[in-house]
Write a protein that binds this ligand. Sequence first.
Ligand SMILES: *Cc1c(COP(=O)(O)O)cnc(C)c1O
Length: 376
Amino acid sequence: MSRIFLSAPDLRGREIEYVTAALESGWLAPAGPDLAALETEISAWAEGRHAVGLSSGTAALHLALLVSRVQPGDEVMCSTLTFAATANAIVQAGAAPVLVDSDDASWNLDPDLLAQELKRRADLGLLPAAVVAVDLYGQCCDYERLVPICAEYDIPLIEDAAEALGATFAGRPAGSFGDVAIFSFNGNKIITASGGGMLVTPDEAVADRVRYLSTQARQPAAHYEHTEVGFNYRLSNILAALGRAQLKDLDARIERRREFNRRYREALEGRPGVDFMPQADRCHSTFWLTCLTIDPAEAGVDRETIRLGLEEHDIESRPVWKPMHRQPVFADADAVLNGVSDRLFDEGLCLPSGSSMTDEQFAFVTDHLVRLFDGG
Ligand SMILES: *Cc1c(COP(=O)(O)O)cnc(C)c1O
């Protein structure tokens, strides 16, 4: 059997049709009708917010920070348990990340820890310029807590929903909670444009400013007048066409990933020391990745033994994100910790979850997984 990836791109056949149509239309310039259409279609997944297509989720985060008025020298709080792009964008905006830990109930940014730290900092006059909350592995944060906590101190809340397109919390979609939110269409995300991202916001003026900054900050003059430094961050029309083809079956992709999550739970039901990423209250996760933790004392086997055992059969799995406070590049960053992300990194494993995985491949994965837990 060929290698089974953690989350391989899922091509369902319409991509060629869409990309060919875009090429035949002649819209090879970055802007074009497919880009506008993708923005409209993503907007429908984010409560009708204004959407701006960008070259990556990281570019979208960078501009999200700039339009939230983050200035060089500021501090920005973000989840420590995330992919590096979240913290990288903060540094790219000239700010310093302050890394905040997760809670056990959701693995997402711990609202109590955030509230406590903001209160402490408010007393010292050291409030951050923004908070970036990450919707981890397809599950939204508890925005009924996070939104009022940030509002109390008038701090912009940026939602990094790169991993959570299509998820909901309390019936509302990922991307609809932050003052600004971002999605990613990178190769391993739930839909891909082979590369790309989107910024969404309820504020039309913010969306206009993001469009302007992402296209080199050109003033409307025939000779291209520039009054500030811009970026070349716009998503291309051809890639937007690819993203549109993928977005067509987003519901089916989510359903497939959720089915794998159910079946993994069934396969490992009752095993001591094995816990799946909790499904937090009122969250409808896409299970972009199915993740579990393995307590070696109870399970009799540790995470690395399972991961390397799968690897021997050409099955890709991956430790849960290494928290940013443990990354050499962010070793000097301020961090507000409670031990949760450290434990998740030590014990957590992400399992193959791609929607293009066949039933046969999935059975191959679960067979080996069960065998490894049984000690062989
Ligand atoms: C993938 C990802 C990003 C970055 O998106 P790109 O499109 O790869 O730049 C940002 N944040 C999180 C949490 C991600 O998983």
